[in-house]
Ligand binder design. Structure first.
Ligand SMILES: [Zn+2]
Ligand SMILES: [Zn+2]
Length: 367
């Protein structure tokens, strides 16, 4: 298989906070251990509008302008860099945002999303220890092509579309938290937040054997949760979720809680509704900054609270769940746009217009 590679490509670039521009830029060349991918689908993530608005200045994302964002993507390998043996031209692949250095203690233990050499990529003249965070401080997928280290890539199973595979990162973020908290077979699991990550977490908990999954959210966003298999939905605008979960569990509490809402009071409520010795995964991030945890309850009840950063070692698992429809990927995609209409796509996604859940960009789509 051989692909003609053009010299330049179109890319959606962030040129200043709240300012995007379609640009023509060089097609990047794969270095040793890297491949060039034709980008087929990029899903918009909650972190994308936040970065556009300057919400990650503390993390120095983006590190320069113009910057190509986009980290939830799927595409096809069209050229190999030197020494690549593990993938071939023509392979259909889904990407992860994080590549660890592979050398630090955390990476060696498999915890590469909390690599101790984060940001050491050599781009500013410093040491290149091999770390990458595509779409955050390293060029991302909002373009026709991008270069990736093969350790960021996973083959897409047959029957899974590029659009669905682009949610590998999103479903993986949910899966990592679900794995860390654990799922009690036949038990009761609570998921806070029926957004894309929460809906993935809910389906993953079912796939892993939860007896029943309770989704907490509000309004018609709960309809999708119901449609995708939530056993019980609690609208927190209409009833007290803590009281209801305790009622449903004979006063004992849920076996585990997956916090995917990002609401400032959800971690507190999670501690009140989880059983003694239960587990809570903090999968969301919080615009409010530091949030309250009832430390005495955590102590007296031996509650295990675990932070969950990104999606290490789960991509093949979630791609399998997509292939078997244990995660219904198609049901999560509500909108598709060409790259040229990225701003409109972000607006629909960010402001949850028109029932949007997951909005996917197709760079090959006619504008
Ligand atoms: Zn994301
Ligand atoms: Zn590392």
């Amino acid at each position: 298989m051989h692909f003609e590679i053009p010299e330049t490509m179109k890319a959606m670039t962030l040129v200043a906070y709240d300012k995007l521009a379609l640009a023509r830029v060089p097609v990047p060349k794969p270095g040793p251990g890297e491949v060039l991918c034709k980008i087929k689908s990029v899903a918009i993530c909650g972190s994308d509008p936040k970065m556009i608005h300057g919400g990650y200045q503390f993390a120095n994302w983006p590190p320069y302008y113009p910057f190509i964002m986009g980290h939830e993507w799927a595409g096809q390998i069209v050229a190999l860099g030197e020494g690549v043996e593990d993938f071939q031209v023509g392979d259909r692949v889904a990407g992860e945002a994080h590549v660890g250095c592979g050398k630090c203690e955390n990476c060696k233990r498999g915890h590469y999303t909390v690599c101790l050499n984060y940001g050491h990529d050599g781009h500013d003249g410093g040491l290149d220890l091999g770390h990458r965070h595509y779409g955050f401080y390293w060029q991302g997928a909002n373009a026709e092509y991008n270069v990736y280290k093969t350790s960021a890539l996973h083959r897409i199973p047959e029957g899974v579309s590029y659009d669905v595979a682009s949610m590998c990162d999103c479903a993986g973020v949910a899966m990592h938290g679900v794995e860390l908290a654990g799922v009690t077979p036949g038990g009761t699991t609570v998921v806070f937040g029926p957004g894309a990550i929460g809906l993935c977490a809910m389906q993953e908990c079912k796939a892993l054997g939860a007896g029943r999954v309770i989704m907490i959210g509000r309004g018609n966003k709960l309809d999708k949760a119901k449609e995708l298999g939530a056993d019980i939905c609690i609208d927190f605008m209409k009833e007290d979720p803590v009281q209801r979960v305790l009622e449903l569990t004979n006063g004992v509490g849920a076996d585990e809680v997956m916090e995917c809402s990002g609401a400032a009071d959800s971690p507190y409520k999670a501690c009140q509704m989880v059983r003694k010795t239960g587990s809570i995964a903090i999968i969301a991030t919080y615009h409010a900054g530091d949030v309250m945890i009832p430390a005495n309850t955590v102590n007296f009840n031996e509650i295990r609270i675990v932070g969950s950063k990104a999606n290490p070692n789960v991509s093949d698992k979630v791609l399998h769940f997509f292939a078997t429809s244990q995660i219904n990927g198609e049901a999560l995609i509500t909108h598709r746009f060409p790259l040229e209409r990225y701003e409109e796509a972000v607006d629909i996604f960010e402001h949850k217009k028109d029932g949007s859940i997951k909005v996917v960009i197709n760079p090959e789509m006619e504008a």
